[in-house]
Design a protein around this ligand. Structure first.
Ligand code: MN
Length: 273
């Protein structure tokens, strides 16, 4: 008899052999509308079992890359400790040359991941795909939460670019960080390592309804794929995928979309070419 833990695409490569490491962070602490991200890493792993590891778009297979699923970080600690633990893990993995995929969890986790990549590399730029600007200085008395996370991240990185934003609370719409599909690469620095933060709500809710804060008028799946393709010209060191809410995903299509996006991103950004 043999046993295996639930892991992304049954990834069985040891960390030493793998080029990419998957780390779940089922954090759900500062959600404002409706919950679910705590269940997301498990839902994405389960959904990954139903899709192929081959990318017909990028003509690559995850087996060429080698993926190790490390499991989930313990999130039953004060928020600052969870973020510090994630920072430490991401710093170690990035310093070891691993491409890091963090499965959230709420968007707040991006701060820990970005701090870890900065700790390992010194300098970093952040590209966020998000329906919401997430740039508040403070939200409901919290400085660190899903609605402020990109402002906190901007304090850590050399440059922040946000694509797909269509929900603003006011004047931040004039900030220079927002870019479109046509001009985002011009706002990035080809010399700087890049972290990609993929809030699933950037997709149109007709394609990906199971998110915490759905917002109409989003990107198509193909448009996100084209962003991955454009990023092949940059030194992407890792990504996070956040805000999946499985309780609002009765068909399961949002979790499958999340799993497919992880596969396509890995094949776009880490396959030999
Ligand atoms: Mn967000």
């Amino acid at each position: 008899m043999s046993f295996r833990p639930l892991s992304f695409l049954a990834a069985a490569r040891s960390l030493g052999e793998a080029k990419a490491a998957i780390l779940g962070v089922p954090l759900e602490r500062t959600v404002s509308f409706r919950g679910g991200p705590a269940q997301a890493p498990a839902a994405i792993r389960l959904a990954s079992d139903s899709v192929e590891s081959f990318s017909a778009i990028f003509r690559a297979d995850l087996s060429q890359i080698g993926v190790c699923d490390l499991g989930d970080l313990d999130v039953h600690l004060p928020l600052a400790e969870v973020l510090a633990a994630l920072e430490g893990e991401v710093a170690k993995l990035v310093a070891a040359g691993k491409f890091v995929v963090v499965l959230g969890g709420e968007h707040t986790i991006t701060l820990g991941a970005v701090r870890g990549a900065v700790a390992a590399l010194g300098k970093l730029q952040l590209l966020a795909l998000d329906a919401h600007s997430d740039l508040r200085e403070e939200y409901e008395g919290e400085r660190i939460c899903h609605a402020t996370v990109l402002r906190r991240c901007r304090e850590e990185v050399e440059r922040l670019v946000i694509v797909g934003a269509r929900s603003f609370y006011g004047g931040e719409v004039e900030e220079p960080v927002f870019a479109g599909l046509d001009d985002f690469t011009g706002k990035l620095d080809p010399e700087l390592p890049l972290w990609l933060s993929l809030d699933l709500d950037v997709l149109d809710p007709s394609l990906c309804p199971g998110v915490t804060n759905p917002e109409p008028g989003g990107l198509s799946y193909r448009e996100v794929i084209e962003i991955f393709r454009a990023l092949r010209g940059f030194n992407v060191v890792g990504l996070d995928l956040v805000e999946l809410a499985p309780p609002y995903d009765p068909s399961g299509v949002s979790a499958i979309t999340a799993a497919k996006l992880v596969i396509e991103a890995l094949c776009a950004l880490r396959s030999p070419r």
